[in-house]
Design a protein around this ligand. Sequence first.
Ligand code: SF4
Ligand code: FES
Length: 385
Amino acid sequence: MTDSATLPREDETSNSETCARAPVGLLAELTHRCPLQCPYCSNPVDLERANTELTTQEWQHVMRQAAELGILQIHLSGGEPTARKDLEDIVKTAAEVGLYTNLITAGVLLTKERLARLQELGLDHVQLSIQDVDAANADRIAAYKGGSDKKREVAKWVRELDMPLTINAPLHRQNIDNLPAIIDYSVEVGAGRLEVAHIQYYAWALKNRAALMPTREAFMKTVEIVNEAKERLKGILVFDFVVPDYYAKYPKPCMGGWGRGIMNVTPSGRVLPCHAAESLPGLEFENVRDRPLADIWLKGQAFEMFRGTEWMKEPCRSCSRKEIDFGGCRCQAYALTGDAANTDPACSLSPLHQDWAQVAKEESHKPSPEFVYRRMGKSGPAAGA
Ligand code: SF4
Ligand code: FES
């Protein structure tokens, strides 16, 4: 264990803005390989190749270091994490060192036997993504035939094994009208939690923004639907509702604040403050192959760059909300303004907010263009809307 391990948690520290606390969660992108081609994929535009991925032993070492650092939850993600043949070994080690293990999966590669084995080895929770409840539309969005039926089966297996299930349903203009049916589906398959997340437009989703952006009216309707369902389904289904930045008054504290609560390890072992951080210039991403995880978290240049509030420019610098939302999303600020230290244009106090909201208005009212699907090694237009 390093001397920096098992850091204090939020309620155990002083108010120092720059004091790094133990992260709560680690997102382990086990691989970027994925059989689906979602047009809003949050992985970086340049995917990492299979031959660069961490080995089983290297991931197990990451799990042990995560536990020593005081991390509580490990989110096994991708790409599609079940594409790793050694997922069982990684889950086993994570469970042995006391991490709460969450599998974030599209489900299409799973068998019931494998799921049961993962549970035996210590898997705690399954988060299953769906594209829609309309099977044809879901398969079109993911560019994967038969995916929708398979996901329904996987949801059934999870509940038969008595494991907690979250349904993750990214929402956009191509499935937004089916939100009531998505809520019904989640209850029907026995999920305890539904994450209804309007798409965030960075990485690959930015290429498909016009095909995915809902109108403000359609978005407002989803607020009503979720509020009504929250009341009606109290004690049955918990909602995580992520509103679209383009229609928000203030931004979300992306990642709960940069370098504050979550870290991300890419398939090849690069340690990032957020999954899209590689899109930002001027950051140095260190690798778990070269430096202990705790050192990277505490002293890594990329983590220090936007930790706390010292780096902020106006209007964030003198804003009373700066320790609530931490200026929004650095990756979105860079993608839309060319400077990652600028206020996220999702904020109504950003000088760019009005222009930006206008883009959403115009794009959402035009006919939808075709999707640009993502594929390992190549991308191009395919049958979209
Ligand atoms: Fe948040 Fe900055 Fe907007 Fe204030 S100005 S609400 S800190 S993004
Ligand atoms: Fe990188 Fe928001 S996605 S800070």
